[in-house]
Write a protein that binds this ligand. Structure first.
Ligand code: SF4
Length: 330
């Protein structure tokens, strides 16, 4: 029995490593098929020029990250990309915009993207910053399945990472998303100089929401040039595994996503993360701006670990280049 209490969450996170992994894998098997991974594709629909000051982010206009800002993509271009992602095995299409919050003039385009991607039979996810009640309702009406809004870290450490909005602002948007009837995707980033207690408290906050998130991305910081966290020392990867295992145990029904940082991880570390309960990844060469392993590398990893994508036909995910070429030739 888990009560999300401070003592319980600390005891879980700090348990002997083998006990932690064994418990996480048992919880995982009680709720999910252990060799099945949900594959999402992420597209940046509006890159850079963000007014927020998230210390890890190359898209903030406040840092000299050499990233050039772009306008919102045209709807048709987004739909073309979504079609390609579906063909490559993605079941969920996530669209992200570097905004503090969407403006009224942005909404018609954003809603058209949701409708179009939904019509393709893909699950839809968006991350657009803070939302009003009305914007959340419009997104739901258009068919949005998931809204991503990470709490990033513990409430205690939050101001060390972001000062342009508060931890409470994040929770307010999560409430609005939930009230609109949209599934919640919310997680955080490890390796930002936080303590283990911060990682535990971040997970406790998520697990203690009235309804915990359906999707919990756990990102490993990828230090970005020009940002205040550019020179952050790497976190011991075992702490990443402990974070994932604790997320799995505290939120047994959530998809725990092994998100940013996979391009820097060995196959062995990723395998350990999957064993600890991660069962969702982003596929493709890039995330919003950071590197990702790419489809061929993931195809090899999936083959090596006998992992399968979460689709009815059990298509290997992602497909190797050879299979894609055969399909195109057919
Ligand atoms: S993480 Fe999002 S809100 Fe923060 S600076 Fe980057 S794009 Fe803006």
């Amino acid at each position: 029995m888990i009560d999300n209490s401070e003592t319980d969450a600390h005891a879980i996170y700090n348990a002997p490593f083998m006990d932690l992994l064994y418990r996480a894998q048992r919880v995982h098997r009680a709720h999910f098929e252990p060799s099945t991974i949900q594959c999402s594709k992420l597209l940046s629909i509006k890159t850079g020029g963000c007014p927020e000051d998230c210390s890890y982010c190359s898209q903030s206009a406040r840092y000299d990250s050499e990233l050039s800002a772009s306008k919102m993509m045209e709807v048709q271009k987004v739909l073309n990309e979504a079609r390609k992602a579906k063909a490559a095995g993605a079941t969920r299409y996530c669209m992200g915009a570097a905004w503090r919050s969407p403006k009224a003039r942005d909404m018609p385009g954003v809603l058209a993207m949701v409708r179009g991607v939904k019509e393709m039979g893909l699950e839809t996810c968006m991350t657009l910053g803070m939302l009003t009640d009305d914007q959340a309702a419009q997104l739901r009406e258009a068919g949005l399945d998931y809204y991503n809004h990470n709490i990033d870290t513990s409430e205690r450490y939050y101001a060390e990472v972001i000062t342009s909005r508060t931890f409470a602002d994040r929770l307010d948007t999560l409430d609005r998303v939930r009230a609109a009837g949209i599934n919640v995707c919310s997680g955080g980033i490890v390796g930002m100089g936080e303590t283990a207690d911060d990682r535990i408290d971040m997970l406790r906050t998520l697990a203690s929401l009235e309804e915990p998130p359906e999707s919990v991305p756990i990102n490993m910081l990828m230090p970005m040039k020009g940002t205040p966290m550019a020179d952050m020392a790497p976190l011991d990867p075992i702490e990443m595994v402990r974070t994932i295992a604790t997320a799995r145990i505290l939120m047994p029904r959530a998809y725990v996503r092994l998100s940013a940082g996979r391009s820097e991880m060995s196959d062995e570390l990723q395998a350990l993360c999957f064993f600890a309960g991660a069962n969702s990844i982003f596929v493709g060469d890039t995330l919003l701006t950071a590197d990702n392993p790419g489809e061929d590398k993931d195809a090899l990893l999936f083959n090596k670990l006998n992992l399968r994508a979460e689709v009815a036909e059990a298509t290997p995910c992602p497909k190797p280049a050879e299979a894609r070429a055969q399909e195109q030739a057919a």
